[in-house]
Design a protein around this ligand. Structure first.
Ligand code: NAP
Length: 352
């Protein structure tokens, strides 16, 4: 296949994951990129944004029906819901709607990449076996990631295209208005702590401060996702993708505090979703005082996700060696990642 005609359909192009994947594909230079989301975006020479509601089958058929040139589908869309069971119907429906609309028209389809996470291993439910491995058995449903993967595997049988399933840890990178955005949680919490003259206090469960965990940089994840989608050895395989180092908040938190010029205070369990609920006036005053971008408080607040991540009073990591054995050797230093992302947010005038 010529390198001229690789056409990526990034499903969920405004997400923490999708947005960074779109940027990476466009920068590679030999991809044409089409991004799907409800909000859409400004199209450029290399990136075409299509606004579509993936929950609406008819809208999918209408808007995707002429995307015959697509060779690679990168599925990174996500619908948030309050319970694990409620996540299943919309998240399965969106994947099925995309594949139903695309398979008949994209005759040159080569690959479907499915974005997953450690939910595949039950990491969100409580203490689970670590390091989690790609071969670990599924658990009692409901779990939307299992349903999505089963649907994808069943559909691929006998087809010319292949699939990969990509399983990152918590993903850190730039995005706005997203429910799962840890870097933004920490950045805004840190900036507002400073604004209020407070030290940086870890707000999680007491046992969460010293457990082992890992992160996945959104840029590294984009590189891994494209690698897996284009290396024939990876066909029909799942891969854990993480930065390659482990850390504990007890060691990381003081480094993060330092990057905000703050002292650290001992941890105290606080629900960010509760205590940050009345802080919109503080945010607005901070934006005005420091001449920041005028972003709505809700677009920089993933407090519920912060509470979720900071509640993990058990180890949260997976074995990343399979990707290395298959040829992906990239790694990112997690401390440098956090500090680099906060600097990026400062450059973008999101935080002071
Ligand atoms: N973020 C993390 O830390 C993390 C870690 C591990 C695994 N994961 C998994 O990775 C996947 C993607 O996560 P993410 O954090 O990147 O999600 P996200 O930031 O919430 O992005 C979701 C994307 O889906 C689009 N979308 C949602 N509903 C849609 C609809 N009805 N029609 C069209 N587009 C729709 C959103 O754009 P619009 O709002 O514009 O429609 C957005 O582009 C999820 O399965 C998640 O569980 C995430």
């Amino acid at each position: 296949m010529s390198t001229q005609n690789k056409v990526a359909l990034v499903v969920g192009a405004n997400g923490v994951i999708g947005r960074n994947l779109v940027g990476h594909l466009a920068a590679l230079g030999d991809w044409t990129v089409i991004g799907l989301s409800r909000r859409g975006g400004e199209s450029t020479e290399r990136i075409r944004h299509v606004s579509v509601d993936l929950l609406d089958r008819d809208d999918c058929r209408r808007k995707l029906g002429d995307l015959a040139e697509v060779t690679h589908i990168f599925y990174t869309a996500y619908q948030d819901r309050p319970t694990w069971a409620e996540l299943v119907p919309p998240n399965l429906a969106m994947l099925v709607n995309v594949l139903d609309a695309m398979e008949p028209v994209a005759r040159g389809l080569l690959h479907v990449s499915l974005m997953q996470g450690y939910k595949v291993y039950g990491g969100h439910l409580g203490p689970f076996k670590t390091p989690a491995r790609e071969t670990d058995a599924y658990f009692m449903p409901p779990e939307f990631m299992h349903d999505q993967q089963r649907a994808l595997e069943a559909r691929q049988k006998g087809k010319a295209w292949s699939w990969t399933a990509i399983r990152p840890a918590v993903v850190c990178g730039f995005a706005l208005g997203n429910p799962l955005n840890l870097a933004m949680v920490i950045a805004v919490y840190g900036a507002m702590s400073k604004e209020l003259g407070l030290p940086l206090r870890f707000p999680g469960k007491p046992g969460a401060y010293d457990k082992l965990l890992e992160m996945t940089d959104a840029g590294l994840l984009a590189r891994a996702t494209v690698w897996a989608a284009t290396d024939p050895r990876c066909a029909n395989q799942a891969f854990n993708i993480n930065n390659g180092d482990l850390f504990r908040w007890s060691e990381m938190w003081p480094k993060i505090a330092g990057s905000f010029g703050l002292d650290v205070a001992p941890p105290l369990p606080l629900s960010l979703d509760t205590v940050m609920a009345d802080k919109e006036p503080v945010w607005n005053a901070m934006v005005a005082r420091h001449g920041l971008q005028r972003l709505a408080y809700q677009d920089v607040s993933s407090w519920r996700f912060g509470d979720f991540v900071f509640s993990w009073d058990y180890d949260m990591f997976a074995d990343g060696s399979k990707a290395r054995r298959f040829g992906f050797h990239d790694y990112v230093d997690t401390e440098a990642m956090f500090l680099g992302i906060f600097d990026d947010f400062r450059r973008r005038r999101i935080i002071p």
